[in-house]
Ligand binder design. Structure first.
Ligand code: CDP
Length: 222
């Protein structure tokens, strides 16, 4: 029988969202990128001028804000559309201010609790590919298939750098690399749900692999 709940975890730019979306499309499953939820909270906090270091205020905001992720509503390269309190924030959450602040926000246990509850509710319905940092370990520990994607930090920084340039924005490789190292550190060292593969996850190193090759490996597993 095909796995109904698929968890894909890994660090930034390891290929999670590309593989997750393609896989979900092939299987006819729902695709949920949980990083977008942490990013949406971070963007709203920045927009409202809430101090990122103020754990209590950020946690209260997370409980208050309504995040909705739907099918893409425009053909502008987006994978899906993200609404925060009814506002389309799909592109706002990709800004560098969000990149720089999302990891401290995601380290707050209260923030994780609120978002994890929502993710679990969606996951329980099955026929889903859920992508993030802690899906196999915390959100859906009972997932039918767990995949952990990794790649060297230099390769991941190159991918992110190209993505930013492709969007027509300016990017400096060394800056992207330094920011990615900082985020990797916070994500792996935090107490609450640190980034790590689940014991029963299949680990795939994507450094030397094309998207098609990674997808082929994942499909073999299915
Ligand atoms: O796209 P990228 O891999 O750069 O990041 P993302 O998946 O959008 O996640 C952004 C940030 O949200 C990560 O650096 C984590 O700090 C946090 N995150 C998390 O803590 N748990 C998740 N399940 C997903 C994201």
């Amino acid at each position: 029988m095909k796995p109904s709940t698929i968890a894909i975890d890994g660090p930034a730019a390891s290929g999670k969202s590309t593989i997750g979306e393609l896989l979900a499309r092939r299987l006819g499953y729902l695709y949920l990128d949980t990083g977008a939820m942490y990013r949406a909270v971070t963007w709203i906090a920045l927009e409202q001028g809430i101090d990122i270091a103020d754990e209590e205020a950020i946690t209260a905001l997370t409980k208050r804000v309504e995040i909705n992720i739907t099918r893409h509503t425009a053909d502008d390269g987006r994978q899906y559309t993200v609404y925060a309190d009814g506002q389309d924030v799909t592109w706002h959450i990709r800004r560098s201010e969000v990149d720089a602040n999302v990891s401290p926000v995601s380290a707050y246990p209260g923030v994780r609790q609120a978002l994890t509850d929502q993710q679990r509710q969606i996951g329980q319905r099955g026929r889903i590919v859920m992508v993030g940092r802690d899906i196999g370990t915390v959100v859906l520990p009972e997932a039918d298939l767990k995949i952990y994607l990794e790649a060297t930090v230099e390769e991941r920084a190159h991918r992110r750098h190209r993505e930013i340039l492709d969007r027509g924005e300016e990017s400096d490789y060394e800056e992207v690399l330094a920011a990615m190292r900082r985020r990797d550190n916070i994500d792996s060292e935090r107490e609450a749900a640190p980034l790590r593969p689940a014991d029963d996850a299949v680990i795939i190193d994507t450094t030397e692999l094309s998207i098609a090759e990674v997808l082929a490996r994942v499909e073999e597993l299915i």
